[in-house]
Design a protein around this ligand. Structure first.
Ligand code: NAD
Length: 497
């Protein structure tokens, strides 16, 4: 058990292992004043960190990466005990997070550094340059389901861009956040460039109101709205990585076994608690029966349990009721359980459940379930599949299995990313941005967009020639006005349909 003495605090909160109920940690409930102290310290650290420049920062971020990699067994253990996923999955999560940290470190200067830009006929007398500057302090608010991969998608990129970070991990996984910050302090002992504040929603709200330069939020769509409201008071910009209701399309020409394998992993891994998790599957009628058999064969051996099982418990007790509600409502509306069903829930463990004949208006189709469940729907053609996939407010990701039509289908799906013939690959390729549209949020982590997300664009010009045409002066002559008038005609007046 960890009692973490981060700062004096009037109150604390407990963290329990969701599989066993065992107490695994006690952490301070940081309130407004303590959050403000952390942000104040971060402001001074930010200016040191910024002035180090890209190369010196990269050296230190590499040292942090080494600390995480060498400590991965301990970190995986904290993840496992706090939120329940199997150790091997926790290891995989750490590996993916390190890939993105490496990319951000290696590419920050190329993406954000100062570069010369072109000018135009009317501005030929100026040289132009562009660079992307850090905000100063960035607040990151994270969820518990991927407590390393998800917050680091913001933290790593914000740091590489030259910001200091105050990170508020989920109240279910504070130990993971504290572990990451302690590893950072070992690598960068000079200033508090990455700090952690622990607590619940009120701590997160205090961070939103603390005057940080930007908030990077990852969590549910409902909380995102509260975060935006709090940030609106100071016009604090926000990055919103919210929930999803991702679907898989299986086309008539798909590799059916590979699609079934992806469906099972995409829906059941992490006990279904994945923002990009597959919650709906739409299968072309020509391969429906074949897919159904392959799906059941692949899903039957997957068991929820502690330690040795393929999937762990549901982390949040209240989510169990959401899952139960979605399954019960679907069955009451005429759906059939091909696997699992009402009896699949025991305590905080939910056994894999596959539902079919679920009506389009059921919550199991329209709302984020966040459990190891899947709805299976037969479609007459791909047009119907795409119509159903897009008939949701969410737009995070999607998966398509098709030997010949993948790119064409992907183009018609309204989502921030689509993986063809694999599950979730677009979230793992370091050069690609990750994020959603609609109720899934806005802004991007990962890749060049993810670096720019934690900066503001700064444009600078420098006069390099005496002005041939003095435009922006009250001393402008009638001759200059006549030249401008002629130029407008030449440059723009000939454009027609
Ligand atoms: P949540 O919205 O309950 O909490 C997220 C974070 O917000 C936590 O740290 C919480 O303490 C904090 N918070 C709560 N109320 C707040 C408030 N009023 N002001 C500021 N902060 C507040 O989400 P969760 O249950 O931790 O995570 C699961 C959700 O996250 C799912 O909806 C999932 O889809 C989503 N998610 C999205 C992505 C993505 O990349 N889009 C990744 C992972 C998880």
């Amino acid at each position: 058990m960890t009692v973490h003495p981060f700062a004096p605090s009037p109150s604390t909160f407990e963290v329990h292992n969701p599989a066993t109920g065992e107490l695994v940690g006690v952490y301070p409930l940081h309130r407004g004043d303590e959050v403000d102290v952390a942000v104040y310290a971060a402001t001074e650290a930010a200016s040191w960190w910024d002035q180090l420049g890209f190369a010196q920062r990269a050296r230190r971020l590499d040292a942090w990466r080494g600390e995480i990699a060498r400590g991965r067994a301990a970190l995986a253990h904290v993840i496992h005990t706090e939120m329940g996923k199997p150790i091997s999955d926790a290891n995989l999560e750490i590996a993916m997070a390190l890939e993105h940290l490496t990319w951000a470190t290696r590419n920050a200067e190329k993406v954000l550094g100062r570069r010369q830009m072109g000018s135009s006929l009317l501005t030929l007398d100026h040289s132009a340059s562009l660079e992307y500057r850090p905000f100063g302090v960035v607040g990151v608010i994270g969820p518990w389901n991927y407590p390393v991969f998800t917050p680091l998608s913001s933290v790593s990129f914000a740091l590489a861009a030259g910001n200091a970070v105050v990170f508020k991990p989920s109240e279910y996984t504070p130990g993971v956040g504290v572990w990451l910050a302690e590893a950072f302090t070992r690598a960068v002992p000079e200033h508090p460039v990455l700090q952690v504040v622990t607590g619940d929603g009120a701590t997160g709200e205090a961070l939103c109101r603390s005057g940080v330069g930007k908030i990077g939020f990852t969590g549910s769509t409902a909380t995102a709205k509260k975060v935006m409201a709090a940030c609106a008071e100071n016009l604090t910009p926000v990055l919103m990585e919210c929930g999803g209701k991702d679907a898989l399309i299986v086309d008539a020409d798909a590799d059916v076994d590979a699609a079934a394998d992806a469906a099972v992993w995409g829906a059941l891994s992490n006990a279904g608690q994945t923002c990009l998790g597959i919650e709906r599957v739409y299968v072309h009628t020509r391969v429906y029966e074949q897919f159904l058999q392959a799906l059941l064969t692949a899903a039957r051996p997957v068991r929820a349990g502690d330690d040795e099982a393929e999937i762990g418990p549901i982390t949040m007790p209240k989510q169990v009721e959401v899952i139960r509600g979605h399954i019960s409502e679907a069955l009451a509306l005429g759906a059939r359980a091909l696997l699992g069903g009402r009896d699949s829930i025991e305590g905080q463990f939910v056994q894999p459940t596959i539902l079919t004949d679920v009506p389009d208006h059921a919550a199991a189709i329209t709302e984020e379930t966040f459990g190891p469940t899947l709805t299976l729907t037969r479609v007459r053609d791909i047009d119907e599949a795409i119509e159903k996939v897009n008939a949701t407010d969410y737009g995070l990701g999607a998966t398509v299995f098709s030997r010949h039509h993948g790119p064409a289908i992907a183009q018609r799906i309204r989502a921030g990313g689509v993986s063809i013939n694999a599950f979730v690959a677009h979230a793992l390729v370091p050069t690609l941005p990750l994020g959603g549209v609609g109720a899934s949020g806005f802004g991007r982590v990962h890749g060049a967009d993810g670096l720019k997300e934690f900066t503001y664009a700064k444009a600078v010009t420098r006069r390099r020639l005496p002005s041939p045409l003095a435009l922006t002066t009250f001393r402008r002559t009638e001759r200059v006005d006549a030249i401008v008038d002629t130029l407008i005609g030449i440059l723009h007046g000939r454009s027609r349909r």
